[in-house]
Design a binder for this molecule. Sequence first.
Ligand code: NAD
Length: 288
Amino acid sequence: MKIGFIGLGNMGAPMAANLTKDHDIIGFDTVAKPADITMAGSAIEAAKDADVVITMLPNGSILRSVAAEIHPAMKPGAIHLDCSTVDVESARAVAAQAETRGLKAVDAPVSGGIGGAQAGTLTFMAGGPGDALADVKPLFDIMGQKAVHCGPAGNGQAAKICNNMILGVTMIATCEAFALADKLGLDRQAMFDVVSTSSGYSWTMNAYCPAPGIGPQSPADNDYQPGFAAELMLKDLNLSQMAAAAADADTPMGQAATALYRQFVEDEGGAGKDFSAMLPRFESRRRG
Ligand code: NAD
């Protein structure tokens, strides 16, 4: 396939590099110039002859402006595959705009981080028409290990932010429970041994334990270097709260987690640390 790839940052560059083995890739980025990708001089140039244009951009407003620029230049029937994490409304607006121009749109945000992008083991959560999904499946197979069709346009983003809202809330619960256990004189290894095999178990406890030296290897064992940075968790929690407001959904735990990560990132030095660094934060605090 001829593929235009727009947004070649931390995630986009390794995803595009994996595709170059089997496909003809032309990239565009306003800043990044990865040496292993053939680059175009503009987004339009990268998009105009492509069967599929993949975007991997920072947010919904940039996605909307890039889509407005490239859609008129794309071939009829071509697919716009957006893998960025953006608000549900932007994903749906871009898909509707694509449809009016005779294009197909798929929103397919990812989980798996930079490591997953490099290794080609991302998980895609995809929204859009089934025929377009089928067309891009060979690309998901190269860039990832799993793709779930979540329904029509925007549903990939909906799945991603619901998952990450659970993740943020659960990480906070795991960290505050460790800090409480410390103060109660409960050994962290004993806490892990009980919780990881009891009803409080979770991915954050069992697979990504925030306590250094406990459980499998995780960013806690590497001085909380990300991993999944606290500011990216805050981005996703903010998106969950935008969606909750738009859909009139009551999400008190998501709201509390958003406020806590905002405080951590903006006022408490959490930016640049893994999102599990909530544990040392709680350790150093007292009941307010
Ligand atoms: P990044 O900031 O490293 O990359 C974004 C790239 O987009 C940059 O190179 C930037 O120059 C480029 N860009 C910005 N505006 C542009 C424009 N108008 N035209 C062309 N290029 C433009 O970000 P990233 O870490 O690669 O993340 C990309 C997306 O993936 C985000 O939506 C993020 O939330 C999501 N995501 C990131 C991770 C992660 O671990 N980094 C994990 C899952 C999802």
